[in-house]
Ligand binder design. Structure first.
Ligand SMILES: *Cc1c(COP(=O)(O)O)cnc(C)c1O
Length: 457
């Protein structure tokens, strides 16, 4: 049979879309460590978690054994508005680089939130609605997650309260207005609307906030307001489960043309897009059916995998959330103010942390000016202006393709292009004006935060 010519964009038909999410934990020999109660250090029970998250999501969070979860029809119908997302062969980038490597990217920026986050937002909002809740609370940093959740809540007629890191609230007024367009209420964090916000403001007057602070505030409001639960856009097992749609579609598209990737690359903030992209491939690797090089890319200014420690830590600054065992820089860590490229969370998904610790994937960190160089190089030939987060993956995809140019190897590289960068033009501006530098934390600075990790035996 003649080999099918590979088109620029591989689209799946609607009926070829996956109808179940895949739970990679089912195939892991070493399961991710359980979340612990921050007071007693005992594993969190479903009942305890049920005060914070809605019931179906708690069940997904705790389930290390079920491999496939059927996607409810309502969620599939919503997915069909913007999925399947295209898998694009980067012919123009390959040509520009003069590499024999074949590069593919899975583009998740084709919806108003501009990122993959909508895949989990709609799932989490759906289960909250199903439980008869009035609304949900959350935090957002750069704003993609808050936007995605606002969209999902508007669709399902749920109230949505977003705590937005103050510095982003002030610097990204357009993001804020997109969220308000979808009916969300947006509060700059830390705020005087919560006890933990008041406490943080008293201790650090004038602070511009962090994701960790905003999480503490959103959780406090959820647990103290009847009919509300808290939702989180990354890190959690349930979020990786929902994001597996990215990897399942990628695999189906590649299988359609008999393409087998050698290297799979994704940016890593809390790990949800990367976890989703690699899940079905990692599943094959865990079952001994295939082998892939899998690379997580993180900023050199917030290097959880490459310079963090694998330990139990708080998920938030206010220390109200359960403890998670993960690669972490310490919950007090806040990336330097010059850090523009997103991916600023101190910890990492417990699933990916375990896989990394078991040597099943690699991680590299990249300085932000190199990330923006790659973003620009990509934008100029591929017709998409990438989010700075996504550009971390582009950077390493280009580096790997250039290695192939030296060795003459025709490797197949797949990377996740998680979103678009239209709301990040201030960062692009800094880069163009030569105002961007590459501050990287010293070992001494990191050591200070490591010493404050909770003692868990
Ligand atoms: C949130 C976000 C990320 C990082 O989050 P993960 O949970 O690590 O995937 C990456 N890219 C974009 C565009 C985002 O919005």
């Amino acid at each position: 049979m003649a080999k099918k010519e590979i088109p620029y964009k591989i689209y799946l038909d609607e009926h070829e879309m996956p109808t179940s999410w895949y739970n990679v934990r089912a195939d892991m020999k070493n399961k991710p460590a359980p979340l612990l109660n921050p007071g007693t250090h005992q594993p969190m029970t479903a009942e305890e978690l049920g005060g914070v998250f809605c019931a179906d999501l708690v069940a997904q969070e705790l389930d290390n054994d079920t491999a496939y979860f059927p996607i409810p029809k309502e969620i599939l119908d919503f997915y069909k508005m913007y999925r399947p997302s295209p898998l694009t062969r980067a012919y123009c980038l390959e040509k520009k680089l003069g590499t024999p490597a074949k590069i593919y990217y899975k583009f998740e920026g084709n919806n108003t939130s501009g990122s993959h986050k909508l895949n989990s937002a709609i799932a989490q909002a759906y289960y909250a609605k199903k439980q008869g809740l009035k609304g949900v609370t959350t935090e957002t940093g750069a704003g993609q997650w808050g936007t995605a959740l606002s969209m999902a809540c508007a669709y399902l007629d749920l109230d949505c309260k977003v705590y937005m890191v103050k510095v982003s609230y002030e610097q990204k007024p357009f993001r804020r207005e997109v969220m308000r367009t979808y009916g969300a209420s947006v509060t700059p964090s830390p705020s005087m609307t919560t006890e933990v916000g008041k406490k943080i403001l008293a201790e650090h007057p004038g602070t511009t906030g962090s994701l960790g602070c905003a999480i503490s505030e959103a959780v406090e409001v959820a647990v103290s307001t009847p009919g509300y639960r808290y939702v989180l856009g990354s890190v959690l097992n349930q979020v990786l489960l929902h994001q597996s749609i990215i990897g399942l579609e990628t695999k189906a598209a590649l299988d359609k043309y008999d393409v087998k990737p050698d290297i799979i690359i994704g940016c890593a903030g809390g790990g949800s897009n990367l976890g989703g992209l690699i899940s079905p491939f990692m599943g094959e690797k865990l079952r001994g059916e295939a082998d892939y090089r899998i690379i997580a890319v993180e900023p050199a200014s917030c290097p959880s995998f490459t310079r963090g420690v694998f330990a139990y830590d708080f998920a938030d600054t206010g220390m109200v959330c359960p403890l998670a065992k993960m690669y972490t820089l310490g919950s007090g860590f806040i990336p330097a103010p010059n850090h523009a490229g997103g991916l600023r969370y101190h910890g990492m998904s417990p699933v990916l942390s375990q896989l990394y610790d078991d040597g099943l994937m690699e991680a590299v960190s990249v300085p932000q000016t190199k990330v923006f160089e790659a973003a620009e190089q990509f934008a100029r030939v591929e017709g998409i202006l990438p989010a700075p987060e996504s550009a971390h993956a582009i950077r390493v995809a280009i580096d790997e393709a250039l290695k192939c140019k030296e060795t003459g190897e025709e490797k197949t590289i797949v990377f996740g292009l998680t979103g678009t960068g239209y709301f990040d033009m201030v960062a692009y501006e800094k880069f163009h004006d030569g105002q961007m530098d590459d501050y990287i934390p010293t070992d001494e600075e990191l050591q200070e935060y490591f010493q404050k990790l909770p003692k868990v035996d």
